[in-house]
Design a protein around this ligand. Structure first.
Ligand code: 5RP
Length: 257
């Protein structure tokens, strides 16, 4: 009957549609295949999408298709993954000119401005990705948005000392009007409250997630005001940094520049 036909059609649709993990793998692999050349210094991002790019670098080094890569990881987690794959690593202290950096994002707006830090790694991501000639962002289509803020809270890394005071100061910033600062609890890589102790970053700081109901009007001003707040280490607004964004959707892969 009608129900059986509907179920069969639904099953066909499911079979054709790549899972979110498959989409992340497609963009992770494509970014490495298209942008990483032998003999270069590369930045390795953090998160479930970036992990596929790291995996691909490891594969190509092992097969000999890539040679003489030096990689700068953006978190302890990424460092450990890269080490396990035999990827040669360095830091910005010895290698501060990167040819390319590849990373995921939590939200991407129409101008390719980003929210990052869902995985709590925003400070190391920013300091590394600012040093890259090309910054390649890899996302599945669920990360694309019309304006930053309401779709994903904006993470801010703050010093633990008097953090409640710093959170009140952040709430007063004019470019962030209406935001609700929430201290991240539990595992730093999980921006859902899942514990009763503050989450601690790789840099021994806390993360505050700024919850918005409407899109922020001026992401550049918001970033500047956060940066000028004593107690703030850095924030998850990455504006004017993206070279290209590789987006995987149910209809295939597209690149926005
Ligand atoms: C970590 C990040 C990640 O790039 C961002 O959270 C996206 O992660 P995922 O690919 O797992 O969705 O900014 O600090």
């Amino acid at each position: 009957g009608v129900a059986a036909v509907t179920v069969a059609a639904g099953a066909r649709r499911v079979a054709r549609r790549a899972t979110q993990d498959e989409l992340k793998k497609q963009v992770g692999y494509k970014a490495v295949d298209d942008y990483v050349k032998s003999g270069t210094v590369i930045g390795l991002g953090t998160g479930s999408t970036a992990a596929f790019a790291v995996e691909r670098v490891g594969q190509l080094l092992k097969s000999g298709e890539l040679k003489d890569i030096i990689a700068i990881p953006t978190s302890i987690r990424t460092k450990e993954q890269a080490e396990s794959l035999g990827i040669p690593l360095a830091t910005l202290d010895t290698h501060s000119d990167l040819d390319v950096a590849i990373d995921g994002a939590d939200e991407v707006d129409p101008n390719l401005n980003l929210v990052k830090g869902g995985g709590g790694a925003l400070f190391r991501e920013k300091i590394v990705e600012m040093c890259a000639k090309k910054f390649i962002v890899i996302v599945d289509e669920s990360k694309m948005c019309g304006g930053l803020g309401p779709g994903f809270p904006i993470p801010v890394e703050i010093v633990p000392f008097c953090h409640e005071h710093t959170m009140r100061e952040i709430a007063k910033l004019p470019a962030l009007a209406g935001c609700k600062p929430v201290l991240r609890l539990g595992d730093v890589a999980n921006n859902k409250p899942d514990g009763d102790k503050p989450a601690v970053t790789d840099n021994s700081n806390y993360i505050v997630d700024l919850v918005f109901e409407t899109p922020i009007k001026d992401a550049v001003a918001a970033g500047e005001q956060l940066k000028n707040t004593v107690g703030v280490v850095d924030h998850g607004l990455f504006t004017g940094m993206t070279t290209a964004c590789i987006i995987a959707g149910s209809d295939g892969i597209s690149v926005k520049e």
